[in-house]
Structure formats: C-alpha cells, structure tokens
Design a protein around this ligand. Structure first.
Ligand SMILES: *Cc1c(COP(=O)(O)O)cnc(C)c1O
Length: 351
C-alpha cells in the first residue's frame, strides 16, 4: 500500500469548494480597492487596519522559506500550533469512525483536539526511556488510523525521539505522521524539515511560541508536501493570521541572530540548572533535556510544587502523568530566576 492523499481525506473535504475571498479573486497591486466591503476612509487607529490581511501571508512565507530551506508551497501558518493541529483532524478524520495514535506522556492538545472533533484516541505509551514503543504502535493501527502524533523533543519529558524510530513510522504507516518540533531549536537533533521531500505523509510542526519568544502573537507553522499544504489552505479560515500579527512577525523574522543568542543563553542556563539541581538533596533524578525545560523527579512533587508557590515560583506539577511519578516540569528561566529557583529548592524542608 502506498501513501495516497485521496484515500485519507474526508469525502466532504475532498468535495469541498473552499471559501473564495476577495483576495483570492484579485491578487497584486491596484489603486482603488472596492471589492471587499472594507471601510475605505480608514479607521479610528493611527495605523490603518481597515484592509483584510493577506490570506496566505506570502511575505512571511518568503522569509521563512529562506530561513528553513523549504518552498513557500510547503508552508502553512496557523493561529498557533492549535490551529495546525485542529485542521488536520477536520480535514482527515471522520468523526465517530477514524482514530489517531498518540504516545503519552505527551502534549495535551492532540487529545483535546481529537475529542473536540469526535475522533478516537489510541495510546501507545512511551517506553521507560521515553522512546517510541514501535511494536505497540503497530498493533494499534487499523484501516481507520489516519494520524500518528510524535512530539520531538517531547513535552513534558524533554528528550528527542530517536530519528530512526520516526523514520520507521514514516516508512511503515500510510497515514499522516506529524512530528511536532515546538522545541527543536533547543535540540541537538536535526529537524525533519530537511526530509520533507522524502516523505509525502510527513507534517513537521514548529511555532514562534518557544525559541522565538512570541507566544502572545499565536503563530504556528506546519511544513509538509504541497498536496498536504493545499488541504490546509482549503480548510483554514480565510484570514486566519491578523494584519497586526503579520507585521510583527515580519519584523521578528529579521532578527534570527538575536533569537540564536537567546537560544544559546537558554541552553547554557539549562546546563547550569541541570548541574546545580544535582546538588539539591530533594532532587532524585533529572531527565536529559533537548528543550527549554527540565523534567525533575523529587521526593514529593506536590509538596515541592506547593512550597515553590509560597515562594511565588510557579512550575508544573506533572506527577499525575503516566511515567512521570513525582515529577515537576521546570521551564528554564533567566539567570536570576534560575538562581532564585535553586535557592527556594535548597530551602525546602520535607514536612
Ligand atoms: C508549546 C507547544 C506548542 C506550541 O503551541 P502554540 O499553539 O504554537 O503556542 C506546540 N507543541 C508542543 C508540544 C508544545 O509544548
């Protein structure tokens, strides 16, 4: 069996005539725009936002194309990764019939979005070393399995998934394989973006929310074959990225060097946190991290979490999550934030 996008698509999406916006019907420069029912006089703001934004965000994609080394036709931009996730469910999964596979512990949104879309979730938990259980995954696949979600580096465990294991999934599954690379900028591993041309069923997700420091703007990215990106564009809301966000993102993309400096500093701080946490008596285990956070096992995660709250430091209590007994997830902070965290942990006294 070979990958065939038409076998995977929901029939209603295959037959869908997408919304045609004014900017679909006319592209390019004109002098007078009377085609989109905008306010031609202006707006109450100094900066005019009376025009609809570019529905395909071509200026941003031109810059991203150069930064990422992929063609413009292989890029989709969403209102956060959330939208990149949701559209895959809506385009490929028949509610009440189809299923997808996730590998917990992992990012919660894959399951939430499945539930919203009435799509069955099948779980193949990670192995003790937080790597894929390929054999279990294979037993879960049936003819209604449309998507396999892989998060690498994984949230909340922090590790990268073995490249060869992801390739094995890509080679042996004829559905969509999503590799969520939200934390790839902090990793030693290469992005799967370089392999887009090898795998027609691969979707690589990235975001401006982490390394780029722009979570408030809500810009998620999906990189995939042109045929998958065409499906994304067919299903997305016409103007899903606002003009204000497009302007700010365009500006941010000119500062790759500043971002790289932040990444280096955060990785440096992660290494420092790792080393200094080893000196904290209540810390039992620090899992290796390829991301901007650490999964840390302590004696009593809930108590440590509560103690840190009294010190006005918020971490994530992950102790109820499968394979994460007594674990807290700590985002790497600034140098001084990390120092305060370490001090607070040293002061913790078990009740
Ligand atoms: C933070 C995160 C994202 C980013 O989501 P946005 O909607 O783009 O902010 C995506 N995937 C994972 C695994 C994350 O941890």
């Amino acid at each position: 069996m070979a990958f065939d996008i038409n076998q995977l698509l929901r029939p209603n999406i295959k037959a869908l005539v997408p919304y045609s916006s004014a900017r679909d019907e006319f592209q390019g420069e004109a002098k007078i725009y009377l085609d989109a029912n905008e306010n031609s006089i202006g707006s109450p703001l100094l900066k005019w936002y009376n025009r609809y934004p570019d529905p395909y965000q071509l200026k941003i994609k031109e810059k991203l194309s150069a930064i990422k080394g992929v063609s413009i036709e292989q890029i989709f931009l969403g209102n956060g990764s959330d939208e990149c996730i949701d559209i895959l469910y809506r385009a490929f999964c028949n509610p009440g019939t189809d299923n997808v596979i996730i590998c917990p512990p992992t990012y919660g949104m894959y399951e939430v979005s499945a539930n919203i879309n009435d799509v069955e979730i099948r779980k193949a938990p990670l192995l003790e070393n937080f790597q894929l259980d390929l054999i279990h995954m294979e037993t879960l696949v049936d003819e209604h399995t449309k998507i396999i979600w892989i998060c690498s580096p994984n949230n909340p465990t922090g590790n990268s998934i073995h490249h060869e294991d992801i390739e094995a999934v890509l080679n042996n599954f004829d559905g969509i394989v999503v590799v969520d690379e939200a934390y790839i900028n902090f990793a030693r591993q290469h992005s799967f973006i370089q392999q887009l041309n090898d795998y027609p069923n691969l979707v690589v997700m990235q975001t401006l929310s982490k390394a780029w420091g722009l979570a408030g703007l809500r810009l998620g990215m999906a990189f995939a074959s042109e045929e998958i990106i065409r499906v994304y564009n067919k299903v997305k809301p016409p103007y899903n990225i606002s003009e204000a966000v497009q302007e700010l993102v365009l500006e941010a993309l000119d500062h790759v060097e500043d971002v790289n400096a932040m990444i280096r500093e955060l990785v440096h701080q992660r290494l420092r946190l790792e080393q200094e946490l080893l000196q904290v008596p209540i810390v039992q285990r620090i899992y290796p991290s390829d991301s901007n956070f650490l999964l840390v096992q302590v004696q009593d995660a809930r108590a440590v979490y509560e103690w840190l709250l009294t010190q006005k430091i918020v971490v994530r209590d992950r102790s109820k999550v499968i394979l994460c007994d007594n674990c807290i997830r700590i985002t790497v902070g600034t140098e001084s934030e990390n120092s305060e965290l370490l001090d607070a942990l040293l002061q913790f006294q078990a009740a």
